[in-house]
Ligand binder design. Structure first.
Ligand code: ATP
Length: 464
């Protein structure tokens, strides 16, 4: 097992503070709230949508724009039930459910209870009790996590279908289509972002574990002999992705799975873990799936899924290296990592020190006062920036200090203030969210200035 780095727990932020900020500023709301909410489902508001879109765009950028050996796919959520038979999900996608037989009757995941005991230095194989009321627990039962529904107007045997519990299978069943049309040969990848559904026994911790979530998965098909090399490469690439987007290094670790943790399809897996306020937890898994999935689909469908290498005359089933991440969980990690409170000129400010590319709004355009043509000038700047594709927000309400703080809370990296001198000198004040530096810069060239800043290497100004 990997050594956990020595680090002070991120005590400055609790999950409750993140939830409160997310709600207060309209990032994420509990779903169906006017009806009392529906357990562990969430709706994303304006800033939440922008943030999560930025996370997904950065993922696409790293998979598609910055490389030419990966192609995109968007497969259906509903797939032939045989897909889940072949993939092993119908039989094997289960969690061990135990229920309290004492007072509280709560349900738990047995493996989670045993992990918690091991972390506290206890015997994970010993007797376990309900953590809530100390009651006796039922024997474990394998609970299948797939949501079932029915295709067509009549609910009857034989028309059951499942909401996909992962996006990966949609990729495997399209392997042949992509081979025929994308003109790629191993090593190459197929990437997909989309919703997945799991009837989790214990969802919770805000958007960390929900029953409906978005995954960002890429299946990388390689000649079998190269699997080990690509497995290591992808662990490094994916770790760097989080670091380059500002996650602090001491809050990130790669943890190889123990043999008894491995999924049914995997010969080796490493998790990239983040030190959430709930402790070290999985952000993303990188698995060597071997030829498990292609073999299964070949056998169950009767379609040949081999790759024929014309140069060597060899025919083989490629092996697969899979980096599988969660868009919601990544967004949560970025929020947690960015959250800071500090005192500025005697007043406390809450600030999200997000990587500028992840920030929902890039620049706030602010007239210092609502007079002397300042609002009109600010509106004109706002229009130019938006036309250049830069997400801005025009805000003229309240004192300038209050407006800066509002923008700090949603992580806007730059404030552009139009003042009395602007109409004479064509300059505005550019305020930096993190350093709080204020510089006067010409209006002319502002879009280029911000676009340049957005591609500069960036490191979190937070320490720890
Ligand atoms: P866990 O052990 O946390 O249940 P897992 O190992 O089953 O996760 P994978 O099947 O590897 O997860 O899924 C890949 C990624 O999808 C995870 O690393 C996570 O970011 C995301 N993910 C999985 N389940 C959920 C969920 N219920 N809610 C939000 N994100 C999820």
């Amino acid at each position: 097992m990997a050594e956990e780095p020595e680090v002070e727990r991120n005590t400055e932020v609790t999950m409750d503070e993140i939830v409160a900020l997310a709600k207060r500023r309209g990032f994420v709301f509990p779903s169906s709230e006017i009806y009392g909410g529906l357990g562990s489902t969430y709706d994303y508001g304006h800033y939440g949508v922008l943030l999560k879109n930025n996370v997904k765009n950065e993922w696409w950028r790293s998979m598609l724009t910055e490389r030419d050996d990966i192609v995109a796919l968007d497969s259906a959520i509903l797939q032939h039930p045989k897909v889940w038979e072949a993939s092993g999900h119908l039989d094997g996608f289960t969690d061990p459910l135990v229920q309290c037989l004492g007072k509280c009757k709560r349900r738990w995941r047995e493996d989670h209870l045993r992990e918690a005991i091991a972390e506290d230095g206890g015997d994970p194989k010993g007797e376990i009790h309900c953590p809530e009321c100390g009651g006796e627990l039922s024997p474990p039962r394998n609970f299948n996590l797939m949501f079932q529904t029915h295709m067509g107007p009549v609910v009857e045997d034989g028309n059951a279908v499942y909401l996909r519990p992962e996006t990966a299978q949609g990729i495997f069943i399209n392997f042949k289509n992509v081979l025929n049309f994308a003109r790629k040969k191993p090593p190459f990848g197929i990437a997909q972002i989309g919703k997945s559904f799991r009837n989790e026994i214990t969802p919770g911790n805000f958007i960390f574990r929900t029953r409906e979530f978005e995954q960002m998965e890429m299946e990388f098909f390689v000649p079998p002999a190269d699997a080990g090399e690509w497995y290591e490469k992808w662990i490094g690439i994916r770790r760097d992705w989080y670091l380059n987007l500002g996650i602090r290094e001491s809050f990130l670790m790669v943890r190889p799975h123990e043999d008894d943790e491995l999924s049914h399809y995997s010969s080796r897996t490493s998790d990239i873990e983040y030190l959430f306020p709930i402790g070290w937890s999985e952000l993303e898994g990188i698995a060597d799936r071997g030829d498990f999935d292609l073999t299964q689909h070949q056998n169950h469908s009767g379609e040949k899924l081999e790759y024929f290498d014309q140069q060597s005359g060899e025919r083989y089933l490629p092996h697969v290296i899979e980096p599988a991440a969660g868009a919601d969980r990544a967004a949560l990690a970025f929020l947690v990592d960015a959250y800071d409170t500090e005192e500025v000129e005697g007043r406390e400010r809450t600030v999200l020190k997000l990587h500028p590319r992840l920030a929902p709004v890039k620049a706030a355009v602010l007239p210092l006062f609502n007079k002397e043509g300042m609002p009109e000038q600010a509106q004109a700047i706002n229009k130019v920036l938006r036309a250049a594709g830069i997400q801005t927000e025009y805000d003229s309400g309240g004192s300038i200090g209050k407006r800066y703080r509002r923008q700090d809370e949603i992580g806007t990296p730059w404030g552009i203030t139009v003042d009395f001198d602007t109409k004479d000198d064509g300059m505005v004040t550019l305020r930096d969210r993190d350093s709080l530096e204020q510089n006067r810069v010409p209006i002319e060239g502002l879009p280029e200035l911000l676009a340049g800043k957005l591609i500069e290497p960036w490191k979190s100004p937070k320490t720890g």
